[in-house]
Write a protein that binds this ligand. Sequence first.
Ligand code: DQA
Length: 142
Amino acid sequence: MNVLVLNGPNLGRLGTREPAVYGTTTYSDLVTLCERAGEELGLSVEVRQTDHEGELLGWLHGAADAGTPVVLNAGAWTHTSVAVRDACAQLTAPLVEVHISNVHKREEFRHHSYISGVADGVVVGLGVRGYALALRWIAGRD
Ligand code: DQA
């Protein structure tokens, strides 16, 4: 099974970006972690990151057309983008929303997610390991 792991703005800067909040794992480490988890689970995992909202929308449209499951960390767009939510609503395969930090422990503006209402599940605050847990659930190995 193909699975897309999609990351939104600023997540390419993991490792140097606010390490006290997001940890020291780099984006490239995150890609490796997801690919290894995929190998163990028998999934073909492709990891992408973009700072351009239209690009993410295009990837979500492609996943909707192909019936591909998605693990999505939409970063700040989680809290701002009706367009990303509307694209997620078109997905037919499972969608798991992931956040590295516990957004509910942080600023009020991070408490609301436009994505959660159209996601099958949400993994929040478990660090980058949350991605592997999301993949595990998609593989039916939880
Ligand atoms: C984040 C949380 C968001 O509030 C923030 O804008 C991010 C990362 C997380 O993974 O914890 O960019 O999605």
